[in-house]
Write a protein that binds this ligand. Structure first.
Ligand SMILES: NC(=O)c1ccc[n+]([C@@H]2O[C@H](COP(=O)([O-])OP(=O)(O)OC[C@H]3O[C@@H](n4cnc5c(N)ncnc54)[C@H](OP(=O)(O)O)[C@@H]3O)[C@@H](O)[C@H]2O)c1
Length: 310
């Protein structure tokens, strides 16, 4: 069977295009899912350039199970689900390992769910490096982005005192309503010291974070949106003695069997309205190349979500 998929075209006029490809073959622990929506992560933009012609990207998807996994695991046919994939998700149908699936209640839309996997897991698991968060001062860089929006809400809900960093006034809008106690434009404006810092801008932002962390605090380094390098030395920790610099990679941040429960936790928080993915207008998947440029140029607030339409 053939189906439509978004295919990487690094040598073409546009970075990706829709093409007919064969439907995926299923392993025994994989369900066949009809993809309804997917979201685009900043990290995936780099893959467009680096991966070969014909590769199908796609990590965050939501949709409906067409065929339950042959080993009997995971949700049955007809279930509405959200899932995390390594790749191959931006297609009409995809094969999903059942340890990467959570079932959606009817109250959680496909669009909201598609915004959750990478960004939500990253927000949830980077914050866990600062547990317990009750009363802790937490600094979140890139707070207007996909991960940042969710991290601000999860940290505030856990009782942290959140300082959110945004790049421009218009990007700062709404962050207080999500639970940030302070919103500042640039990390150099942040006041006081922090028990936990989520750092994803890199360059001078990472250097500044080392001077803002509490003694015995943690700086979680999970991105490098600026593309700039940082030079650090022992003396940078003079104020934050015995602080820890913790790297974070979402796909290896926990055992395989922990993905489904963590996705289910995020879904439950969305269902009870204590977590709201910031998705903006849903786009047609045929517009992916244009929206990728918008994300690269920091014109997308929150998550870019696409509807898989025939
Ligand atoms: N390690 C992992 O597993 C993992 C998982 C997910 C994401 N990430 C990384 O974490 C970062 C955030 O991801 P995301 O999906 O939230 O991305 P996003 O939606 O594009 O948000 C990135 C945010 O970073 C801010 N930023 C600050 N300096 C920047 C610069 N020089 N260039 C571009 N953006 C800059 C932007 O703030 P303003 O718009 O306010 O200026 C933007 O809101 C990315 O670097 C991504 O690759 C890593």
């Amino acid at each position: 069977m053939q189906m439509l998929a978004v295919v990487n075209t690094p040598n073409g006029k546009v970075p990706v295009e829709l093409r007919q490809v064969p439907e995926p073959a299923l392993k025994p622990h994989e369900a066949l899912v009809a993809v309804q929506a997917f979201s685009l992560n900043r990290g995936e933009l780099r893959s467009f350039k680096n991966a070969e012609e014909g590769w199908i990207p796609g990590q965050d998807i939501s949709g409906t199970v067409l065929r339950q996994a042959a080993d009997g695991s995971g949700p049955s046919a007809g279930s509405r689900i959200v899932a995390l994939l390594d790749e191959f998700g931006w297609a009409e149908r995809t094969a999903v390992p059942t340890q990467r699936i959570a079932v959606l209640p009817d109250t959680v839309s496909f669009a909201a769910a598609a915004a959750l996997p990478i960004a939500g897991l990253t927000a949830l698991r980077t914050l866990r490096h600062g547990a317990p968060l009750l009363g802790k001062r937490v600094l979140i860089t890139g707070a207007a982005g996909g991960v940042g929006h969710l991290a601000v809400q999860l940290a505030a809900r856990s009782g942290a005192h959140v300082t959110a960093i945004a790049g421009r006034p218009e990007r700062a809008a709404g962050l207080r309503e999500l639970g940030a106690a302070e919103v500042v434009l640039g990390i150099e404006q942040a006041q006081g010291r922090f028990g936990l810092i989520l750092e994803s801008a890199g360059g001078s932002s990472l250097a500044a974070a080392l001077h803002l962390v509490d003694a015995h605090g943690v700086v979680v380094v999970f991105g490098n949106s600026s593309g700039d390098t940082t030079s650090i030395g022992f003396a940078d920790f003079r104020q934050g003695q015995n602080a820890r610099l913790q790297s974070f990679f979402s796909f290896t941040s926990g055992p395989e069997e922990a993905f489904a429960p963590d996705l289910a936790l995020l879904v439950a928080l969305v269902a009870d309205k204590s977590l709201t993915p910031h998705t903006g207008p849903e786009r047609n998947w045929r517009d992916i190349a244009r929206v990728a440029d918008e994300l690269r140029e920091r014109r997308v607030g929150g998550k870019a979500v696409f509807r898989v339409a025939a």
